[in-house]
Design a protein around this ligand. Structure first.
Ligand SMILES: [Zn+2]
Length: 78
């Protein structure tokens, strides 16, 4: 078997950094959230205003500080 490897590796480097968001110096936050119920490794789908887990159905809304327009979203917190 004369299976020689090509000297130059193909251009297909995975850009891992895209999965992470670096803020400031030592702060790294993941752009993908993992489900607090299912634990690590289970990423939540990102929606316009919320994250949702496709596994257990957990939904987490974005925290957007002051929100104009007070919608009742089911929960009735006292
Ligand atoms: Zn989940």
């Amino acid at each position: 078997m004369a299976d020689k490897k090509t000297s130059a590796s193909k251009r297909g480097e995975v850009q891992v950094y895209k999965f992470y968001k670096v803020e400031k110096e030592n702060k790294i936050i993941r752009t993908k959230r993992d489900c607090p119920r299912c634990g690590r490794g289970v990423f939540m789908a990102e929606h316009k205003d919320r994250f949702s887990c496709g596994k257990c159905g957990f939904t987490e809304f974005h925290r957007t500080g002051a929100k104009s327009g007070n919608k009742s979203e089911g929960k009735n917190s006292t």
